[in-house]
Design a binder for this molecule. Sequence first.
Ligand code: FES
Length: 163
Amino acid sequence: MNIARISYRTLLKTFNSPKSYINKYNYLGTSFSNHGSAVPLSTTKLRLKDEKVKLTFILHDGKRLETEANVGDTLLDVVVNNDLNIEGYGACEGTLTCSTCHVILKKKDYDKLPEEACEEERDMLDLAYGLTDTSRLGCQITLTKDMDGLEVTVPETINDARS
Ligand code: FES
């Protein structure tokens, strides 16, 4: 359904009331007549921020950094936002130029990731130390609700591909 083109009346039929529409789309502030469209401004992030998952970074010495994170954040966001002490992690701030955010996932978690690595990520992974079949770059993994309890291993050596 192209929600951008449906009328307010159709919306009411579909959602029974404006409130049910608001609940479904987390519609937070403007009216249905906003620019002649019933489509809210992007609120996906607002809704995702309400959902949390737990995850653990396992360092090479076995130390476990357990934390809670927002669905919709990347693993790099999690490290930065929670001030996790992982030396050198995320040096390029997610611009896919360093590979310092290399993480290794368990096979079952790797297989469940919603997106495969893009070509740029694969190129960067080729430069990472300790590459495995289940390696990914943390700046390219966006948390979903299904990832609650995720554990990722941070390799012993970090390679900054820029140097
Ligand atoms: S933070 Fe540099 S490639 Fe991910």
